[in-house]
Design a binder for this molecule. Structure first.
Ligand code: C2E
Ligand code: MG
Ligand code: MG
Ligand code: MG
Length: 291
């Protein structure tokens, strides 16, 4: 890492950024062979019930276990894949690996909702529903245990195709969550046009919930609205007890965030599941106020 040289100067042409540009170009060359080299792994982030704190789901998050650089998050490489047809094969691998893992945990006695993020290209691909259907069958999973996370921007790109794909997924019983809710235009007609079953309230609302009273008002409003449409609600990005407390004061169903657990390798997630069932299920803390 670059050391502070004592002068408060910053140049985009500093040796460090030249190095970074070189590194990026190198990554771009390497990312397309990462799948065949079996360098992709899935991390899992726990999702807990707001009612009783039980782990009810896992979000599968892609990681690149790079031989030189270690484990890399999608921010550094996903867009390179998404710009190319290569994302289809990587996305299919993500689906399969998440299903395989969900089955493994189910056989251990943990029936979780497995959330899988999909890319715009996957959502515009009519092969996605049959792929997922065959994976669910192969791994003996109820399709209702698999939840696809899509973002609003994907729904605006190829509306006709995305709607058709989502409808066949819905017909097979898969769940569909609208991710990062509140960051786009939040065109509410999407909720009518597309068979969405859950919304994930973006972490930007959770982040400011203590400082900005309006955030809690917005979250409450969005949840009331979601509930009237019979959608389930997940809040993501919960990092502090105070934020968890504020969210628990709402009708939010499921909590997710670093406070509850960071994305982790499957082995760690499994240890968490085992530890949970070893201790009696605790009710969610009442935030100091008896109710
Ligand atoms: P996302 O689906 O909105 O996932 C949530 C992101 O927020 C994850 O970043 C997660 O690690 C991070 N996060 C979770 N809790 C907290 C928190 O309390 N605080 C903060 N600051 N961050 C939190 P990650 O894993 O780097 O993934 C970034 C994005 O990459 C995801 O956003 C998703 O859009 C995309 N992505 C990840 N895995 C896949 C995949 O397998 N396929 C596709 N198509 N996209 C993926
Ligand atoms: Mg997501
Ligand atoms: Mg999100
Ligand atoms: Mg996102």
């Amino acid at each position: 890492a670059a050391k502070d040289n004592g002068r408060h100067t910053f140049s985009v042409f500093s040796p460090q950024s030249a190095q970074m540009i070189k590194e990026r170009l190198k990554l771009r060359q390497e990312v397309f062979s990462a799948l065949e080299r079996r360098q992709f792994v899935l991390f899992y982030q726990p999702q807990i019930s707001a009612a009783n704190g039980a782990v009810v789901g896992a979000e599968a998050l892609l990681r690149w276990d790079h031989p030189r650089l270690g484990v890399i998050a999608p921010g550094a490489f996903l867009s390179m894949l998404e710009d190319s047809p290569a994302i289809t094969a990587v996305g299919a691998w993500v689906c399969e690996e998440a299903c395989r893992q969900a089955r493994e945990w189910e056989l251990l006695g943990y029936r979780l909702q497995m959330a899988v993020n999909v890319s715009a290209r996957q959502l515009a691909d009519e092969n996605l529903p049959p792929l997922l259907k065959s994976l669910a069958a192969r791994y003996g999973l109820d399709t209702g245990c698999i939840k696809l996370e899509v973002t609003e921007s994907m729904l605006t790109q190829d509306i006709g195709k995305a709607a058709a794909v989502l409808r066949s997924l819905q017909a097979e019983g898969f769940r569909i969550a609208l991710d990062d809710f509140g960051t786009g235009y939040s065109n509410l007609s999407y909720l009518r046009q597309f068979p969405i079953t859950a919304i994930k309230i973006d972490r930007s609302f959770v982040q400011e919930i203590e400082e900005d009273r309006r955030c809690l008002d917005i979250v409450n409003g969005v949840i009331a609205f979601a509930k009237s449409l019979k959608l389930s609600v997940i809040c993501e990005g919960i990092e502090t007890e105070a934020q968890a407390c504020a969210i628990r004061s709402t009708e939010c169903d499921v909590l997710q965030g670093y406070l509850i657990g960071k994305p982790m390798p499957a082995s760690e997630f499994q240890a968490l599941l085992l530890a949970q069932s070893a201790t009696p299920q605790q009710a969610a803390p009442g935030c100091g106020q008896p109710d």
